[in-house]
Design a protein around this ligand. Structure first.
Ligand SMILES: NC(=O)c1ccc[n+]([C@@H]2O[C@H](COP(=O)([O-])OP(=O)(O)OC[C@H]3O[C@@H](n4cnc5c(N)ncnc54)[C@H](OP(=O)(O)O)[C@@H]3O)[C@@H](O)[C@H]2O)c1
Length: 238
């Protein structure tokens, strides 16, 4: 069995790769970054790729040749940013800046959608479960605290792109199941600046979350709908 992990430098993605390898899978990992030294296994193929449409398309074409008819069991699309040296989370409307907003929309909503666009022809013949990393904070119904405008908006936009893609996948790649996945607050560089406020026992390790995700993908009903699920397998309000 073969799995594809995109945005593979993410801490959760790396834990998932390790666990997929332990399950005996061949893994194609795709990242803008080079392969981490800690991840070495002859069944791990690490491909570098920029987050741009032409590069994504070229990578998928290359994978199609490499994978040929091998079943593709899982695809994890892990891309997502919250902050960087130049991007701060917004506490109030006055903090909203066009450049940061565009950057988060690009990495959190457009990039995963471009991967789904390029992967569609490859997945036509496969029974594949795809998890795309969303976030509860992208739920419009669940938004009680406000703030974090760009991140929230980018994950809400991602959810709509996933819902729309699920409609098209259901027509063309009928055996594919799509899941928008909320990992919960996990100890990664993304959550680092905000971990002090996380209640005791609620900051998960990447290993725990990766294992929950793989269990959920093993058991989720393979209907043609998009599910929005948290680390516990519970449905999140859109
Ligand atoms: N950690 C949490 O508490 C938490 C909570 C809710 C949701 N999430 C979501 O979980 C996912 C994984 O996050 P993580 O916590 O594991 O974060 P992380 O370790 O900081 O990983 C960052 C991810 O973002 C990708 N990325 C970086 N720059 C990018 C760009 N310019 N364009 C597109 N992608 C880019 C990286 O892909 P490359 O490998 O190509 O660099 C990597 O997949 C994200 O979607 C995040 O929003 C995390």
């Amino acid at each position: 069995m073969t799995s594809i992990v995109i945005g593979a430098s993410s801490a959760i993605a790396r834990a998932a790769i390790q666990q997929l390898l332990e399950r005996g899978q061949t893994v194609h990992a795709i990242s803008q970054r080079p392969r981490p030294a800690a991840l070495s296994d002859e069944r791990l193929n690490w491909w570098q790729c920029r987050h741009e449409a032409a590069d994504i398309e070229a990578r998928v074409n290359m994978l199609a040749e490499r994978i040929a008819d091998a079943p593709i069991e899982r695809v994890l699309i892990c891309n997502g940013r919250l902050h960087s040296e130049s991007i701060d989370v917004e506490k109030k409307l006055d903090d909203l800046e066009a450049e940061s907003f565009h950057q988060l929309m690009d990495s959190n909503a457009l990039t995963p959608a471009l991967w789904l666009r390029s992967l569609l022809p490859l997945l036509k013949r496969h029974e594949t479960r795809i998890a795309v990393f969303s976030a509860r904070i992208g739920s419009i119904g669940d938004n009680r605290l406000g703030g974090w405008y760009s991140y929230r908006a980018s994950k809400a936009a991602l959810n709509m792109l996933l819902k729309t893609a699920a409609v098209e996948y259901a027509r063309i790649a009928r055996s594919v199941k799509l899941v928008a996945f909320h990992p919960g607050t996990t100890d990664t560089p993304l959550s680092k600046p905000f971990q002090a406020k996380v209640p005791e026992g609620k900051l998960f390790t990447p290993d725990f979350v990766a294992s929950r995700l793989l269990d959920i993908l093993d058991t989720v009903e393979a209907d043609s709908n998009l599910s929005f699920l948290d680390w516990d397998g519970q449905t999140i309000d859109w």
